[in-house]
Ligand binder design. Structure first.
Ligand code: ADP
Ligand code: TRP
Length: 333
């Protein structure tokens, strides 16, 4: 096994979707055989939007179940809930002393969220990148499998690690966003506006828990047009998006055949959507069924949460002790 440490998390804010799968989860599953991995449900991160307690709890169980249904093996990786590891908020507090208001305010995700929830621009939202850095640095994480939208947060994690090392001596590695391909992926939404997301664009996002009927309905509604009139014309964004999804879930021969039809102006978008919907259904339905089974087995989920908590704290407490010692807040030894 290679020794770079892998850390990544998914917020428990709603239903996982194809973007989460192809942007994050697929890499998790691949990495579990090659690296020591720490994966977690980021429940503290979801508090920025003040979810109701019952809903939050349900989502944490659901995200855990979805992680396993997608192929994560809790025996191979350390899989835990963020709030089960108290060392994380302690490191977050320490890192906050090295994070400046100006840089936090400039973060794209902060600006976007502050715009979307102007009545709730809380300090947790502002310091989101420091909590995320603590999540990673607490295990001395080096590779962070995430989608493209997280690049800026990773850059900030590197800055905080550097600052700590510079001030207190070498402690943390500088974590990198990781994807097996060269590019980080962004899965577009079906309406051609932005990316698939847990909380926005619900009708244009395919969730891992969607029923076959819902998938069919959403794909049918995806934006399209009359089709090209000139051979080999440029694809409009929204059509390119449908092809991008098809490349992920369909056979290469299927994609080739529809591409040929497009280039020869004989494409029928109704057929393309039907094929795409069926291939998405083939892909999602086994994950959905497995999730339901796991989600209903609370004793099993509790057992693996306890296991993850124990393994996670073992690594986290080592790092935190070292950081405290470097800072000079280790009084009893
Ligand atoms: P969301 O943005 O839907 O709330 P999260 O912020 O919890 O989801 O993201 C969890 C992981 O999924 C992150 O690694 C993120 O980069 C990835 N991700 C989310 N949406 C997409 C998308 N549309 N395309 C690619 N990756 C995505
Ligand atoms: N910020 C990430 C997102 O919105 C979720 C996250 C929290 C995360 N902490 C992390 C991802 C640590 C990777 C590593 O998608």
């Amino acid at each position: 096994m290679k020794k770079e440490i892998v850390v990544s998390g998914i917020r428990s804010t709603g239903n996982l979707h194809l973007g989460n799968y192809f942007g994050a989860m697929k890499n998790y599953v691949k990495m579990q055989d090659e690296y020591p991995c720490y994966f977690f449900v980021a429940d503290y991160h979801s508090l920025t939007t003040h979810p109701d307690p019952a809903g939050l709890k349900k989502n944490v169980y659901k995200v855990l179940a979805e992680n396993i249904a997608c192929g994560l093996d809790p025996e191979k990786v350390t899989l835990y809930v963020q709030s089960d590891i108290p060392e994380i908020p302690e490191l977050y507090l320490i890192l906050n002393m090295l994070a400046y208001k100006g840089e936090l305010e400039k973060t794209a995700s902060f600006k976007e969220k502050a715009r979307n929830q102007p009545d709730n621009v809380n300090a947790g939202l502002l310091t989101y990148p420091t909590l995320m850095s603590a999540d990673i640095l607490i295990h001395k994480g080096q590779y962070v499998p995430v989608g493209k939208d997280q690049e800026q947060h990773l850059e900030m994690s590197r800055n905080f690690a550097q600052r700590f090392n510079h001030r207190y001596g070498d402690t943390f590695p500088e974590p990198l966003a990781f994807n097996f391909g060269t590019e980080l992926v962004k899965i577009p939404s079906l309406d051609g506006n932005g990316k698939m997301s847990k909380s926005e664009n619900e009708n244009a996002t395919i969730y891992l828990c969607d029923s076959d009927e819902q998938i069919l309905k959403k794909v049918k509604k995806a934006k399209s047009d009359q089709g090209p009139t000139e051979p080999n014309s440029q694809m409009p964004d929204y059509i390119e998006n449908l092809f991008a999804l098809m490349k992920l879930v369909s056979k290469p021969a299927t994609v080739d055949s529809f591409t040929k039809d497009f280039n020869e102006c004989s494409i029928r978008y109704g057929d393309l959507k039907m094929q795409l919907a069926n291939d998405i259904i083939q892909f999602i339905s086994p994950i959905r069924e497995k999730t339901i089974a796991i989600q209903n087995d609370l004793p099993y989920l509790h057992k693996l949460m306890r296991m993850g908590k124990e393994k996670g704290r073992e690594s986290a407490s080592k790092t935190l002790d070292e950081a405290r010692k470097k800072i000079g807040i280790n009084f009893y030894c």
